[in-house]
Write a new protein. Structure first.
Length: 280
């Protein structure tokens, strides 16, 4: 806990506000006509600038979160004089946070400044700010228990404004999504304990590592008990399962590997292989 808190302390007192570092953004525009593609030629750079210049949460500055975004354009709907872009999108931190959205709608006018207004709802900047806060909240949760609450609440407020706007498509589902993630205390505990465990392991604190891994397993069990086999918890296990198995094998923890076989049946063979290396 001390190591992650030390990092958090340094982040809190940094003079810069750089929550997002590299922004890897990819567009799939194969379903758009040539003239439609030309109208969004500046959108890529506008979105990158939005994430790297927006003031997010100054209490957690200098995190430099890597952000990966993929947007698939499905077509354009005319509404009066406006063109509404219909898309699917994927947001990820490149690790264990990944959010897929299949009902994205926004308007875009090249040459206008793209910024987030906490009062007036605008569909594109609201959509980007929603997922920015969702990723930021998940990252902050790995430094402090329930540390991401404020960012989750901002994402929820954006969702409420979006659901009451003229561009309400998809916003009810986004409200439900942020509510489910916020309430999944088991997964939030598991993620915090896992990242603390990795810090302790790197510093040779084996007892502390095992204690935090035990807390990770308890959190996963709580998540499944409260939410069933939640997709976000399943993805956390998918991303970290190999490292969990490797560390527990190195430390000779048969009982924890057996627990993982029950908690993560999709990768039973992985944990059994780790158990076999201990038995040899």
């Amino acid at each position: 806990m001390l190591i992650r808190n030390t990092i958090l302390f340094l982040c809190c007192f940094s003079r810069t506000v750089a929550q997002f570092g590299t922004v890897d953004l990819n567009f799939d525009t194969r379903l758009l006509r040539s003239d439609e593609k030309q109208e969004i030629v500046n959108l890529n750079s506008d979105i990158v600038r939005f994430f790297t210049t927006t003031g997010w949460d100054e209490s957690y500055s200098d995190l430099k979160i890597p952000l990966h975004i993929q947007i698939v354009f499905e077509g354009i709907t005319a509404k009066g004089n406006e063109k509404i872009y219909n898309c699917q999108a994927l947001f990820s931190n490149g690790r264990d946070l990944r959010y897929f959205d299949k009902s994205v709608q926004f308007i875009y006018n090249s040459g206008t400044s793209l910024y987030y207004d906490p009062i007036l709802f605008e569909p594109l900047s609201g959509f980007l700010a929603y997922y920015g806060n969702l990723i930021l909240a998940g990252e902050i949760d790995t430094y402090e228990f329930n540390g991401g609450n404020a960012s989750y609440e901002i994402a929820r407020e954006i969702g409420i404004r979006g659901s009451g706007s003229m561009y309400k498509n998809g916003w009810s589902a986004r409200i439900n999504q942020v509510d489910d993630i916020h309430r999944n205390i088991g997964l939030r505990k598991a993620r915090l304990s896992w990242y603390i465990a990795m810090d302790l392991f790197k510093n040779g604190d084996i007892d502390g590592t095992l204690e935090e891994i035990n807390s990770t397993l308890d959190g996963i069990e709580q998540s499944f008990r409260d939410f069933g086999r939640d997709n976000h918890t399943q993805y956390f296990l998918k991303v970290h399962s190999e490292k969990i198995a490797k560390i527990l094998s190195m430390l000779g923890r048969k009982e924890l590997l057996k627990d993982m076989k029950e908690l993560d049946p999709d990768r039973r063979d992985l944990y059994q292989s780790a158990l076999d290396t201990i038995s040899k």
